[in-house]
Design a protein around this ligand. Structure first.
Ligand SMILES: [Zn+2]
Length: 133
């Protein structure tokens, strides 16, 4: 999609755009929770909205309802470190995601979970350069 199209869609129908955006976030992780790997049923604001967190891709990660609810308004990385399912590779993935480096985040998630499947075909094309490295 061209950037111009995206702007156009957003202007035309913000709700549609929002739904597409939510979908695309889940697609990045193959619909699995970024914290524990279970099916993602929600979008978690890493920096809570109550603390000024924005609804941007960098601040929004796919999360299961259990993680999303349990984390609540805590700092995500701090909260995550205390969990039984803590995995340093996932922690690195979360950090990369927050920095806007989704490619690195997804690669780290794949490393943490070899069964991880990327549903987004376009994305696989994008990551080919990393596989060669
Ligand atoms: Zn979870």
């Amino acid at each position: 999609m061209h950037i111009n199209d995206a702007v156009f869609l957003e202007d035309l129908c913000p709700k549609f755009r929002f739904r597409q955006w939510r979908k695309s976030i889940h697609k990045f992780t193959g619909k699995s929770c970024i914290y524990c790997g279970k099916p993602s049923e929600s979008i978690d604001h890493v920096l809570p909205r109550s603390q000024g967190g924005l609804s941007t891709t960098e601040n929004c990660v796919p999360a299961c309802l259990s993680c999303n609810g349990d984390k609540s308004d805590e700092n995500a990385l701090y909260w995550y470190r205390k969990q039984k399912f803590y995995d340093p590779r996932r922690a690195m993935a979360i950090r990369a995601w927050l920095e806007g480096d989704l490619r690195l985040a997804i690669r780290l998630l794949q490393w943490a979970n070899p069964n991880f499947e990327v549903n987004n075909k376009n994305y696989e094309k994008d990551t080919s350069e990393y596989k060669a490295a």
